[in-house]
Write a protein that binds this ligand. Structure first.
Ligand code: AMP
Ligand code: MG
Length: 437
């Protein structure tokens, strides 16, 4: 017989009857007692996933195709950088002790970027030089063209040149054979450009962790099906696939499981063949929220099953058959928030990188607000620049099912669990939506 959990926390068969008789049962709620803060929950994930990450399979990719991947090799310079003393301005290469205010020097030629430069600079002369060109021997400064005037070959200088000005010395950016990229670095545009600069056109990269997505719910239909009047399209599979890609994983969409132990069991079994399993729905207090029961029956160990956040409180993290498993609440915004907070760091670690910090920054609150204390809130919000200060405003929304509100947001306003009111002008934390800002 299904009994109501005495702690009012769940309805499920997982609640153990510890003592008592059939009239006065004493039931221990199967939910773990302590609700973690989101920081603690992330810490737990990083610790547990970190323990289980071994060396990853790698693949050789062209720099054109490696954006967002994690490097699995060292990259060294092929020569010094810059390879020659380089001018950073268009102007005149001079001896600094000759280019004094009012001084005149005879311009004896020009050096373009790419020119071979072997000649020295004779005393009393200057050479016109372009940005990116090599500095001739004996010149020790470049005077910007804007700070000179010219009449024929005679160049007149307006101000004193400083030794070394507008010159980047050879080898000052990197020495020859210096390691400039290391395993575990994520390849963004600058890292890829650096690899290209030194001629590392093929890069050994960690393969993307494969992340299984399993949605749950009797009401869920495929996105290309026409839902019945009380059915819902499987939008979570789409948001999760997008978030997995952005986090550096390879989404493996498994479809939807009905709210039945047998169907859930079969599909979870399939999901556990991938590196990580992410479930949406079926982890709340409802009678048909069976995900935890099924995972438990399959031998899962849970590290948390509730986090002090809204939306996303019923989020679950465990390890089942050696694989990290996330049970994210099914309300679309809850799924999105809990993915960013909890699944993204696991994907980082399984990619061979460190878990990236949350993109939390400070902004000035534009409108006073009042929230129920007890849970940290992540509210859809917009941050914009006003008088050179980021200013944030929470958007109107209908709660965690309101995808339309989130599509207008570029961040989440983070209201700490112990705050009830926040006044206009206070500094608040915002979690940036990295995909749109
Ligand atoms: P649950 O977490 O299973 O209690 O679901 C909470 C809410 O999210 C319900 O209104 C569901 O219909 C909705 N929901 C669950 N799964 C999905 C999904 N895959 N796509 C869109 N909405 C969903
Ligand atoms: Mg459900």
């Amino acid at each position: 017989m299904q009994r109501l959990c005495p702690q009012g926390r769940c309805w499920r068969a997982g609640c153990k009857e510890v003592t008592g008789d059939s009239w006065h049962p004493v039931i221990e709620c199967h939910r773990l007692s302590e609700m973690l803060t989101f920081e603690e929950a992330r810490g737990k994930i990083i610790e547990e996933v970190g323990k289980r990450t071994g060396p990853r399979a790698t693949a050789s990719l062209s720099v054109w195709d490696a954006l967002g991947l994690v490097l699995a090799q060292e990259v060294k310079t092929d020569r010094e950088y810059p390879p020659f003393n380089r001018s950073t301005r268009d102007g005149y290469a001079v001896r600094s002790n000759e280019a004094l205010p009012g001084a005149q020097l005879n311009c004896v030629g020009e050096i373009k970027a790419g020119d071979t430069v072997r000649d020295t600079l004779p005393a009393g002369t200057c050479l016109q030089i372009m940005t990116g060109a090599a500095i001739p021997a004996d010149a020790d400064a470049v005077v910007m063209i804007e700070h000179s005037s010219r009449d024929g070959d005679i160049v007149r200088f307006e101000r004193a040149a400083q030794q070394g000005q507008n010159i980047v010395p050879r080898g000052s950016e990197a020495a020859a054979a210096q390691t400039i990229l290391t395993p575990g670095m994520r390849l963004g545009y600058a890292e890829l450009a650096l690899a290209a600069q030194v001629g590392a056109v093929q890069l050994q990269c960690a393969q993307r962790p494969r992340v299984a997505i399993l949605s749950t719910g009797d009401e869920i239909v495929l996105i290309d099906e026409t839902p019945g009047p009380f059915q819902i399209r499987n939008s979570n599979s789409v948001s999760l696939a997008a978030q997995i890609r952005l986090a550096g994983g390879e989404p493996v969409v498994l479809g939807n499981a009905a709210d039945r132990m047998d169907d859930l069991g079969e599909k979870i079994e399939r999901g556990l063949k991938e590196d990580v399993l992410v479930l949406s729905g079926g982890v709340s207090m409802g009678k048909y929220d069976l995900v935890e029961n099924v995972l438990k029956a399959m031998g899962a160990e849970f590290f948390f099953d509730a986090v002090a956040i809204r939306p996303g409180k019923p989020a679950v993290f465990g390890v089942c058959q050696g694989k990290p498993v996330f049970g994210l609440p099914g309300n679309p915004v809850s799924t999105m928030v809990t993915f960013e907070l909890f699944v993204a760091p696991a994907i980082d670690l399984l990619s061979g990188a460190e878990a990236r910090a949350l993109p939390l920054v400070e902004a000035r609150l534009a409108e006073a607000m009042k929230e129920k204390p007890g849970l940290a809130h992540f509210l859809p919000a917009r941050v914009d620049w006003h008088d050179r200060v980021p200013e944030v405003k929470a958007l109107r929304w209908q709660g965690s099912g309101d995808i339309a509100a989130l599509a207008k947001a570029n961040c989440f306003l983070v209201v700490p669990a112990d705050r009830e009111t926040i006044e206009v002008g206070e500094r608040v934390s915002i979690l940036l939506r990295k995909d749109v800002v």
